[in-house]
Design a protein around this ligand. Sequence first.
Ligand SMILES: [Zn+2]
Ligand SMILES: [Zn+2]
Length: 212
Amino acid sequence: MDDKCQICQAIFIPKPYSHNQKYCSKKCNRKAYYYSEKGQIQSKNALKKTMLRYHNDLEFKKRWQEKSHRYRISQKGRETKSKNRKIYRKSINGMLSDLKYAQSPKRKVSLKAYTMSFKGKMNSLRASLKRMAAFNSIIHQFTEYEWINTLNNANGICKDCNTYVGTRKLTLDHIIPISKAHNGQVYTIKDVQPLCLRCNISKRDTINEVCV
Ligand SMILES: [Zn+2]
Ligand SMILES: [Zn+2]
């Protein structure tokens, strides 16, 4: 006759020499002991003993810290950490702390610093290129770094009207307008150019390639 393990709910065949076997394996047996009253007291005492030694034995403390550091940077440790963090984020406490952090002045300062930083600017540029491509079903076959390079080479001068407007005011213009592009048209770095906003708007749908 088969039995059901009280810990993992698996069906198991009891060992012939055992009477009243409750758990499928040694592992489940140990788990059951850990959750029992006796097991809880024992593990609490063991933890107390370990913590006492941790605070009094410098050598032990050092070894413990090294061991936990090794675990944290290991594959398993990292996976466990991200798993636990995900669980915490979905819990009520995690949501509340997220909300609290989102409204805190600390968050505002760090967000501002991030958007002003090189990494933040690159990420927002990458996101806007991606959004533009997805919205118009075209493909941008250049990176944000290539575009920044093109911008820097333009020295703040519009390719169309040849006036200086400054690098910050140059906009990305598709030489073949997006409205004339076919579905899935590929734009490489040579198919885009920096234009001032006025030229970009007045260009509208005309194909007006500027010779470089
Ligand atoms: Zn089991
Ligand atoms: Zn212009």
